[in-house]
Write a protein that binds this ligand. Structure first.
Ligand SMILES: NC(=O)c1ccc[n+]([C@@H]2O[C@H](COP(=O)([O-])OP(=O)(O)OC[C@H]3O[C@@H](n4cnc5c(N)ncnc54)[C@H](O)[C@@H]3O)[C@@H](O)[C@H]2O)c1
Length: 261
């Protein structure tokens, strides 16, 4: 790995496992300093060993969907750095599985709070630090469900389309400060999240998990899972100087997913 992210300071929400942690590891290997938060203490303690060997990793407990928690997080981070080069708004829950008549307003509100409003909490507080840095970038984690319909997952799809709307708007608001804003749409990622998504869909449709899995993989033209690291590499590219004129883009890392059903 090269040192393309040397001296970059990166904040990742929900970074202690999954895509966030894969991204953190790649950024650390490329020389960045990484601040990450997560709501699950079990994941935070699992990565403690990396904290000991990598002095450039700072981890915090924080519920991204709580504004108070996010304010406290930024207070703690500001003791280590006043400037940020990149915010990765990675937090996002899968939300419930079901047709809309079967879903509750609480499930809807919870999904939107975590997947959309939390991005607002982080972005609002990160912008002054990016401005102090005289530029940088914001990466928002959307999904294939942010550019296509996703039957049985309406709150998730609504939240991920909202992420694209925020991305496009912020790219226009922040361009004059040399802050670039892009969205990544990961495809079907091999990992814990998809294990749960496949289980819930199989249960709802009363079919086997194997057939749901096969169907998900077949939605991409390369007929393959996408891996957490694939998203990490796209993040590291977008943070780097090589991407200095890329903003306002919605970038699929999905092997060309043509449907999501
Ligand atoms: N996994 C996929 O197939 C996939 C596909 C498309 C988009 N995405 C998006 O990518 C992002 C990361 O996905 P993932 O699969 O790594 O997620 P994940 O479900 O594996 O969870 C990753 C981390 O999020 C943390 N987290 C959850 N709620 C939190 C909260 N309120 N505050 C702080 N941390 C919280 C969890 O503790 C966990 O460590 C999400 O926005 C997701 O919607 C994932």
């Amino acid at each position: 790995m090269n040192n393309t992210l040397k001296n970059k300071r990166i904040l990742i929400s929900a970074g202690a496992s999954g895509i966030g942690w894969a991204t953190a590891k790649i950024c650390l290997l490329k020389g960045a300093t990484v601040f990450l938060c997560d709501v699950q203490k079990k994941y935070l303690s699992k990565i403690k060993k990396h904290k000991q060997i990598n002095k450039k990793l700072f981890t915090y407990h924080c519920d991204a969907s709580s504004e108070d928690d996010v304010i406290q997080l930024f207070t703690k981070i500001s003791k280590k750095t006043k400037k940020l080069d990149c915010l990765i708004n990675n937090v996002g829950v899968a939300g419930p599985t079901g047709t809309i008549e079967k879903l509750s307003s609480i499930q809807w509100e919870k999904t939107l709070k975590t997947n959309v409003i939390s991005h607002f909490y982080f972005t609002k507080l990160a912008i002054p630090m990016l401005k102090k840095n005289k530029g940088g970038s914001i990466i928002n984690m959307s999904s294939g469900a942010g550019i296509m319909g996703f039957p049985l997952r309406s709150p998730y799809a609504a939240s991920k389309w909202a992420v694209i709307g925020i991305t496009k708007t912020l790219a226009m608001e922040l361009g004059k400060f040399k802050i670039r804003v892009n969205a990544i749409c990961p495809g079907t990622i091999k990992g814990n999240r998809m294990v749960r998504v496949i289980r819930d869909k199989a249960k709802f449709l009363k079919i086997s998990k194997k057939s749901v899995e096969k169907e998900f993989i077949s939605m991409s033209s390369i007929n393959s899972w996408v891996y957490e690291e694939d998203i990490g590499y796209m993040c590291s590219f977008l943070i780097s100087e090589d991407a200095k004129r890329i903003s306002g883009q919605v970038i699929g890392v999905d092997g060309n997913a043509t449907r999501l059903d």
